[in-house]
Write a protein that binds this ligand. Structure first.
Ligand code: CO
Length: 158
């Protein structure tokens, strides 16, 4: 495994629509392993392949619950329900947070690293993370959907 550099806002790669994964090979496995290591070190809850410079429909989510790391290849939101409004950030936009409205519940259909199709549900933070990461695969950053950015005095320190 190896760490990959996280692309920052302003890089045009983050505005591009990613292509589907067609080959479920060792290269994909290595990408997913590297993304997991990169996400863990950055202390994030999600990371999309374009954030490490790869324009493929791959993302990972780990909100720190019992479900652990979720790998999503070619993900699609097939159902969404309700709304939630809350603070959101992005590893490509360090120290910036904004209020974004997202669905409260989503169902995502995706493939795993072997190409097997599965569906997974997420609510609250997990639904938010799924939506945020899948947006990245379509060249969309959370700041394009933000109701308002938080002021520095509204951001809690960890
Ligand atoms: Co992001």
């Amino acid at each position: 495994m190896a760490l990959r550099d996280i692309v920052k806002e302003g890089d045009r790669i983050l505005t591009k629509k990613c292509r589907p994964v067609e080959k479920f090979d060792q290269k994909l496995a290595t990408l997913l392993d590297d993304m997991a290591e990169t996400l863990k070190l950055a202390n994030g809850v999600g990371l999309a392949a374009p954030q490490v410079g790869i324009l493929r429909r791959v993302c990972i989510v780990d909100i720190g619950d019992e479900e652990g790391l979720i790998e999503l290849v070619n993900p699609e939101i097939i159902e969404s329900e309700g709304t939630q409004s809350g603070a959101e950030g992005c590893l490509s936009c360090p120290n910036e947070y904004g209020i974004v409205e997202r669905p409260m519940n989503v169902t995502v259909k995706a493939q795993n690293r072997n190409g097997e199709v599965f569906t997974i549900k997420g609510k609250e933070l997990k639904a938010r993370a799924f939506c945020h990461e899948i947006d990245h695969l379509n060249g969309i950053i959370f700041k394009q959907k933000v109701e308002r950015m938080l002021r520095p005095d509204e951001i809690e320190d960890d």
